[in-house]
Design a protein around this ligand. Structure first.
Ligand code: ZN
Length: 344
């Protein structure tokens, strides 16, 4: 079944190529169960994997409707801004940034796709930096935390009026893969960064171990909301295409929400095959048994496997930091504190 919305197949944002070969077919929205089947295809020129064809920008709204609103919205807001795990993830992200470009009270931080502002709150409390949060979703910004302490905006990065050099750090946490023009967004980030500033991107890792095991059932695919599916190599190419001379730090993350959750998606599909378009439900006895089984597997398999995969640099999420060269430097040379990107 093809998607019930208009589709498009734009050229590759990294290399402008138009020759693609399919890598995963019949990929569906297994989380919100919206109708439509999609193909993930790899660019011949640079290797970047894209959802192709994909819903047009106007049609994408259909796949976001009700996904982040109502009950789901309140649960997500609590997770990101109040829960211990949500704060731990935010502190981890800040820690990666601090190793490359430590923030101070004079610095300005922009979070693109900031959602309810959970990361910005943690960064502000830890460093005293000034914060700006940008999100395309009006509802998230309306409910974002600490409205008086943060400059929240609804919109897209490429439309922001700030002058060159307006921020010391710009972050994209699980947002670049949703962006129809990810290289244009990174290019704009490069322009908005002050000399020596850092850009942090966290996205799923399409090259990860569990993705290869579960294929189209791998939870972080989140198709068609995710328009691009980066490996560490293609993420580095996207940075380079946007003007960043080098990626300073890049590795996969301990992120224990992929293996067992993907198994749950696969089991739910194989054992029950809900009709397309039916809402997610965890309220039948079948669901309860499934959930208990998955919780047990979570602690026996998922958590230890994530620790191992993190060591092997093969887990399902990755984080990368790239810097804009300092103003005093000759064009083409590397800042003194930048070595080659560590492999983990
Ligand atoms: Zn390409």
């Amino acid at each position: 079944m093809t998607a019930p919305v208009p589709l498009e197949s734009p050229p590759c944002p990294v290399c402008a190529g138009a020759r693609y070969r399919p890598t995963l077919t019949r990929v569906r929205d297994l989380v919100w169960r919206k109708p439509g089947e999609f193909t993930l295809a790899q660019c011949d020129g640079c290797g970047l994997v894209a959802t192709r064809p994909r819903p047009t920008p106007d049609a994408l709204g259909f796949y976001y409707e009700d996904a982040y609103s109502g009950e789901a919205e309140q649960g997500m807001r609590h997770f990101q801004t109040e829960s211990g795990l949500g704060k731990l993830i935010a502190r981890y992200r800040l820690g990666v940034l601090q190793k490359v470009r430590p923030l101070s009270a004079q610095d300005r931080l922009l979070d693109v796709g900031c959602s309810y502002g959970g990361f910005l709150r943690v960064a502000r409390e830890a460093t005293g930096c000034r914060t700006t949060g940008l999100d395309a979703d009006e509802g998230s910004i309306a409910q974002a935390v600490d409205q008086d302490a943060c400059d929240y905006r609804v919109g897209h990065l490429v439309d922001q009026p700030d002058g060159a050099g307006s921020f010391e750090c710009i972050t994209f946490f699980e947002s670049l893969e949703h962006h129809p023009e990810p290289v244009a967004a990174l290019r704009k980030a490069y322009a908005l960064l002050a000399p020596g500033g850092a850009c942090v991107v966290e996205v799923p890792n399409f090259g990860g171990f569990w993705r290869k095991v579960f294929g189209r059932y791998w939870l972080p695919l989140l198709t068609p909301q995710h328009l691009f599916h980066f490996t560490p190599a293609t993420l580095a190419r996207a940075f380079e295409a946007a003007g960043f001379p080098t990626v300073t730090r890049q590795h996969t993350m301990f992120y224990p929400l992929e293996g067992v959750a993907s198994l749950g998606l696969w089991l739910g599909k194989v054992l029950r095959s809900p009709p397309p378009g039916s809402p997610p439900s965890w309220r039948t006895p079948f669901d309860l048994v499934l959930v208990l089984l998955l919780v047990a597997l979570y602690f026996v398999v998922e958590v230890p496997s994530q620790a191992l995969l993190r060591l092997l640099n093969a887990s399902g999420h990755q984080i990368a930091v790239a810097r804009k060269p300092a103003a005093t430097q000759e064009a083409g040379s590397s800042p003194p504190d930048e070595g080659p990107a560590p492999t983990r």
